[in-house]
Design a protein around this ligand. Structure first.
Ligand code: NI
Length: 226
């Protein structure tokens, strides 16, 4: 499931973040954090792992995500890798690849990448190219979102970032290990959650909503790993 989550950051904060990223001198070659498979097709810049700005902005993004009901319902996050930041300009691109399945969070903890996230910082009209293309069983999907918006997609998908031929594309990217490993199960829970919210808002029968809510939690109990 590809899910567009609007307004993870509000416009003013998005602008502040973008300006801080534009002015930073912490940019390094993006191949710093990629394995041999990715290194062959990755041409971009990334904020250094040691950058204080990366840590500061990353923490704020994590806060915003955990306060976002749509993100929470769709991702059911167990762990989130500290967000990283990248920049594409002057024809830079990241060809088709698949993200690593297991990532190191710190010296004694790992994260299984169930979901990949990209948070956009530039207005789509301000640069040419730079579409995120995600390939799944239904074909290829092109994603280029407004500044402050996020796309959530399964880490099991092949994907690429098309060359940025004019302007610059700044984004944050990170991975989520979900409490629910299986993508189809997670989607079922998300759809049920969305339907229960709609029924509640429309004033539908309370006993029926209560039973459905019980089914949601009992499925989550069967499928969740914590
Ligand atoms: Ni990737």
């Amino acid at each position: 499931m590809l899910l567009h989550i609007p307004r993870v950051l509000l416009p003013q904060e998005t602008t502040t973040f973008r300006q801080a990223l534009e002015q930073s001198s912490d940019w390094v070659d993006g191949r710093e954090t990629v394995g041999a498979q990715g290194a062959q097709v990755k041409q971009n810049q990334q904020l250094a792992e040691s950058s204080a700005l990366r840590e500061q902005l990353g923490q704020r993004i994590q806060q915003a995500l955990l306060a976002n009901p749509l993100f929470f319902a769709a991702a059911l996050p167990l762990r989130i890798l500290p967000p990283r930041f990248n920049r594409y300009q002057g024809g830079e691109t990241y060809g088709m690849h698949i993200d690593g399945a297991v990532m190191r969070m710190d010296s004694n903890q790992h994260l299984r990448s169930d979901l990949s996230c990209t948070l956009f910082f530039n207005d789509p009209d301000s640069y040419d190219g730079g579409e995120l293309v995600v390939a799944d069983t239904y074909g290829e999907h092109e994603v280029k979102l407004p500044a402050g918006d996020l796309i959530l997609y399964p880490s099991s998908s092949l994907h690429e970032v098309r060359p940025v031929s004019k302007g610059a594309r700044l984004a944050s990217f990170f991975w989520v290990q979900s409490m629910v490993r299986n993508d189809a199960n997670r989607r079922t829970l998300f759809e049920m959650d969305t339907a229960i919210t709609t029924l509640t808002q429309s004033g539908a029968d309370r006993d029926a909503i209560l039973k459905l809510t019980g089914v949601y939690h009992n499925l989550l109990r069967q499928w969740a790993e914590t």
